[in-house]
Design a protein around this ligand. Structure first.
Ligand code: ARG
Length: 589
């Protein structure tokens, strides 16, 4: 069904055609001057160039050819040849009725569904999950949901960082603390203990200590590098230890992601390429794609037409260790073989732009990915503190994701305690509401800016119940739930949607009809901020309507039933959008 603008586009395409012009000029869009008209068609201006006629004359001919009296309240010419469009209220209502009857609220699915792998989250084993990974998870989750909703088959992969130098660092760090563990005993070949020698708290201590020591202690740094090489080459003790580190980390990560309403389909990582990486390197060597350069093995990716220089992708260091780019290339190889995806989207920090440019070029050049596979880096900016630098804790350290979740939940808890109606809820419900509201504040604030932009973390602003915030939108959704619940208690049912009787009701109807275009736009540009803006506009339109009309005390039964129906569709639209943003809605608050 699409939007009202889509329907009008068909009417205008017909009108252009019957006036003797090309249909393609008939595009209608929501007016950018809502004070003048609801929709506009500007095709006459472009048509004038092709037909070498006065655009105003073309617009007039088109208006004269429009044959749909039931649709329009007014069609008028403006400026050099714009057509301003006002619709009849009955036509608007009939459209909203149609939206109401459609499970997908008028949103069509893509004509040709594809398979999309979204690589997002990207946490590193053993290193604490910090706010730098927060955006990857929040934005990625929303992109996954959007792609899925428009009809693609989507596979989300967390792509753990679990195969690099940090593993060697914590192996050596642990050796320093507990040198007698069997993992370090070269005479021991297993089996090794089933229980991990460390918990998450130890891991979180080990990594920062080891990485600090690496900077000042060359022997330690060399040992860690050596341990990484041996781990990758299959040292049984290190492998066993590594598996413990990975399991302990993954358990912890799952809990944080669960709190954030983020769910990955695959929990693969860099290490899952270990079986294929050397075969791949051998093939690239044989086929002449990989060559030695100053001791390392590289793939040249720069092409004659490139506007800037792109350094070669490094596959293997002199000591035989593989690198970040190598595991990424091998991961593409694996994904192509296992899933034949049409797209691979990488939701990763902007700062890795060059890395992905190298990896993608290498993948296409070497045939690891077919030319037809779309490889995209959907980059994002930094979450900064008020000082304009990447967000830190008050003590100046890196804020862990767990602590951040507790921070936003605590903030919401404090606010919620002040709301009279909530005070009587039981503790479990209060806690759930606090988490949902706190996480909504954080996610909405993150998603409302275009992903490539940096933004400033400002919890007070994010948590306000006014303006463009998560809590404001949740509050509107919960208000509608409460209206519907009270109607249900009184046995009042929703009915057929009638023509709007006020400005605010008409605006709400028109806003509701825009949903398909907004989702389409968010998908095309992989940009959830369009959904945030729409949710705000829809919530605001509903609030105005709610204050203008006393829904439940309305005496005209048909009118009341119509308003309930409009409230119901609005709630469905809000819940749909919030779900695409990965934001939950409490039952009440
Ligand atoms: N683990 C990486 C990091 O923390 C992010 C991984 C992104 N995905 C990828 N396929 N490289 O920077």
């Amino acid at each position: 069904m699409g939007t009202l603008a889509d329907k009008l586009t068909i009417v205008f395409a017909d009108a252009f055609e019957s006036a003797g012009y090309d249909r393609s000029y008939g595009e209608v869009r929501v007016s950018d001057r809502p004070d003048l008209c609801q929709f506009q068609c500007n095709g006459a201006l472009a048509a004038a160039k092709q037909y070498r006629t006065n655009p105003r004359q073309i617009a007039q001919n088109v208006v004269d050819s429009v044959s749909a009296p039931e649709v329009f309240d007014d069609l008028s010419l403006a400026g050099p040849g714009f057509i301003n469009i006002q619709l009849r209220d009955e036509f608007i209502a009939a459209h909203v009725q149609e939206v109401c009857g459609d499970e997908r609220l008028g949103c069509e699915t893509v004509g040709v569904p594809g398979r999309i792998i979204v690589d997002y989250g990207g946490p590193n084993v053993a290193k604490p999950l910090h706010v730098g990974h927060l955006r990857a998870a929040i934005i990625g989750e929303s992109i996954v949901r959007i792609c899925r909703f428009v009809g693609h088959e989507v596979i989300g992969d967390v792509h753990l960082g679990d195969w690099g130098l940090q593993m060697g660092l914590i192996i050596e760090g642990l050796r320093g603390r507990q040198p007698d563990l069997p993992y370090f005993d070269d005479a021991c070949t297993g089996p090794y203990p089933e229980d991990p020698p460390v918990g998450i708290a130890d891991l979180e201590e080990l990594y920062p200590q080891a990485s600090e020591r690496e900077k000042n202690d060359p022997d330690f740094a060399e040992a860690a590098r050596q341990a990484t090489v041996e781990l990758q080459a299959g040292h049984p003790g290190y492998r066993a230890l590594w598996k413990h580190f990975r399991d302990v980390s993954v358990d912890d990560l799952r809990q944080s992601y669960e709190q954030l309403n983020i769910r990955f389909d695959l929990w693969l990582g860099e290490s899952d390429t270990q079986d294929r990486v050397h075969g791949l390197i051998a093939r690239l060597r044989e086929e002449g794609y990989a060559r030695e350069s100053r001791g390392a093995l590289v793939v040249e990716v720069e092409e004659p037409g490139d506007r800037e220089t792109i350094p070669p992708l490094m596959l293997e260091k002199t000591d035989g260790a593989v690198l970040y780019g190598t595991t990424d290339l091998a991961t593409i190889d694996q994904r192509v073989e296992d899933y034949r995806p049409d797209y691979m989207l990488y939701v990763v920090d902007n700062r890795q732009q060059q890395h992905f440019r190298q990896v993608f070029k290498a993948a296409w050049k070497t045939g690891v990915a077919p030319e037809s596979t779309r490889l995209e880096h959907n980059g994002f900016g930094t979450m900064n503190g008020k000082d304009g630098k990447p967000f830190k804790t008050r003590e100046g350290g890196i804020m862990k994701l767990k602590d951040l979740i507790e921070l936003v939940t605590g903030h919401a808890r404090a606010r919620i305690e002040t709301i009279e109606s909530i005070r009587e809820y039981d503790d479990d419900e209060k806690e759930t509401i606090s988490r949902i509201v706190g996480v909504a504040a954080l996610k909405y604030a993150d998603l409302m800016n275009h992903r490539t932009k940096d933004y400033v973390f400002d919890l007070d602003r994010f948590s306000s119940f006014e303006g463009r915030t998560g809590p404001y939108i949740l509050y509107a959704a919960v208000r509608i739930k409460s209206v519907l619940r009270r109607a249900g208690d009184r046995g009042i049912q929703a009915g057929r949607i009638m023509a709007p009787i006020s400005e605010s009701e008409r605006d709400l109807d028109l806003k509701l009809s825009e949903l398909p275009a907004v989702i389409g736009m968010a998908f095309e540009t992989r940009a959830p901020n369009h959904l945030c803006e729409y949710a705000f506009q829809l919530a605001t339109a509903y609030n105005r309507f709610y204050h203008a009309h006393h829904i439940l005390s309305e005496e005209d039964g048909e009118r009341r039933a119509s308003w309930l129906a409009v409230s119901g569709v609005t709630l469905r639209a809000l819940e749909r959008v919030l779900d695409l943003l990965g934001i939950e809605v409490p039952r009440r608050m």
